[in-house]
Design a protein around this ligand. Structure first.
Ligand code: HEM
Length: 403
């Protein structure tokens, strides 16, 4: 079925969000009338979008729907040359059985226990960023003060980037992900980071330390499967997958906390409830709505619709997470609902590898910020905040705050 529009053309996708708190209004109508709907992408190609929770879950677990970004029919939002499609995506762009093996090789790095061991370092990083913000001018842009540096420095910690290289790493990461710098500057930052990560992996091969990359080198060598380039790609994936996602959730979650005194009080009065607040904020914002794309390797029936081989699908986690069939009053932020079954981290074999880390970062940022800066408030009306509709991951370009 085709997504209806007023002039009877196919709905253009992605649909921009017009408010930080709400998803595109079209999703609710589609969930009711055509939950598996055809849309037109900016490339002019068409694809399917799934808007119901059950269909999104089913699709993300279906091995006939492929994550292979190198596939000529993979639904892209911009037309890319084949050579640009399959580089640096590492396991995020693989299917079973390669994906299963690649994920198994690294999953031990992301256990809850290993992430908990990072907690004191993450706390230090967050405290240092807040110190710097408090010492600087008012209003401060929270995106620059926290949302960008915290995930970047945490990834440095994970990968074993030395203290002396961190400014360079953070600078190039923010340039690469910037939506305002000229494309050539961003591309140069991308190349700089690739070169840097290549050299970093080489240095871990020569002088191993106690970090993820060094352990991957040792494990790979022991198994006789070590591949330098694959490890550089994995490092790049961790950087890109863990940065903008966590950063945008820092911005949006802080916005919600500043605007809702009762939510803020939940954390300040009872820091033990922060994980529940984080979980509900993840469900509510679901910023990765458009990255869970797939291409059909076989005909697949979903929600009564046959997705033909070669057709593209966007399994909209955001829409799924506002499905009233699963979440009562889904447009309400309700910390007591127990939102654990949300799909903000995806579902199935590609479910977010870094979710324990992301949860911990968000818990530490929200709790520390509200505790240390009790007078923190927005310096602008929420209606004036610049929304990130021009990026694959939704968020805010800026969040001016005072205290
Ligand atoms: C995959 C969301 C933070 C590493 C995913 C997927 C989603 C997601 C939806 C599934 C993509 C798909 O099915 O195609 C998020 C959100 C985050 C976050 C909302 C923050 C709030 C992180 C962090 C890391 C990370 C901190 C690691 C440093 C990954 C990796 C994958 C992934 C490696 C690919 C897994 C695979 O293909 O097997 N993430 N993520 N993510 N995420 Fe995250």
């Amino acid at each position: 079925m085709t997504a209806p529009t007023e002039d009877n053309t196919t709905l253009a996708f992605p649909v921009p969000r017009t408010c930080p708190y709400q998803l595109p209004a079209e999703y609710a109508g589609l969930r009711e009338s055509s939950p598996v709907a055809k849309v037109t992408l900016p490339t002019g190609r068409s694809a399917w979008i799934l808007t119901r929770y059950e269909d999104v879950r089913k699709a993300l677990a279906d091995p006939r729907l492929s994550s292979d970004r190198g596939h000529p029919d993979f639904p892209m939002l911009v037309e890319l040359a084949k050579s640009d499609r399959d580089s640096t995506l590492s396991l995020a762009g693989m299917d079973a059985p390669e994906h299963t093996a690649a994920r198994r090789a690294v999953v031990g790095e992301f256990t809850f226990r290993r992430m908990e061991a990072l907690r004191p370092r993450i706390q230090d990083i967050v405290d240092a960023c807040i110190d710097e913000m408090l010492a600087g001018p008012k209003p401060a842009d929270l995106v620059k003060a926290l949302s960008f540096p915290v995930p970047s420095l945490v990834i440095c910690e994970l990968l074993g980037v030395s203290d002396t290289d961190r400014d360079f790493f953070e600078d190039r990461t923010s340039r690469m992900l910037s939506m305002t710098l000229p494309p050539l500057t961003r591309q140069q930052a991308f190349f700089d980071l690739q070169t840097y990560l290549d050299e970093l992996v080489t240095s871990k091969e020569e002088s191993p330390e106690d970090d993820l990359l060094s352990r991957q080198v040792a494990k790979g060598r022991q198994a006789g499967t070590y591949d330098h380039d694959a490890l550089v790609d994995l490092a790049f994936l961790l950087l890109t997958a863990g940065h903008d996602t966590t950063g945008n959730m820092i911005s949006l979650g802080t916005l919600a906390l500043l605007e809702r005194p009762e939510l803020r009080a939940r954390i300040t009065d009872d820091p033990g409830s922060t994980p529940d607040v984080v979980e509900e904020l993840l469900r509510y914002f679901t910023i990765t709505d458009i990255i869970t794309a797939r291409v059909a390797k076989d005909d697949v029936e979903i929600g009564g619709q046959i997705i033909r081989v070669g057709e593209g699908v966007f399994a909209l986690g955001g829409s799924a997470n506002r499905d009233p069939a699963v979440f009562e009053n889904p447009d309400e932020l309700d910390v007591d609902r127990g939102a654990r079954q949300h799909l903000a981290f995806g579902h199935g074999p590609h479910q977010c590898l870094g979710q324990s880390l992301a949860r911990m970062e968000l818990e530490i940022v929200y709790e520390t910020l509200l505790r240390r800066v009790p007078g923190l408030r927005l310096a602008e009306s929420v209606d004036d905040l610049p929304l990130k509709n021009d990026a694959a991951i939704f968020g805010l370009h800026g969040l001016p705050v005072i205290w």
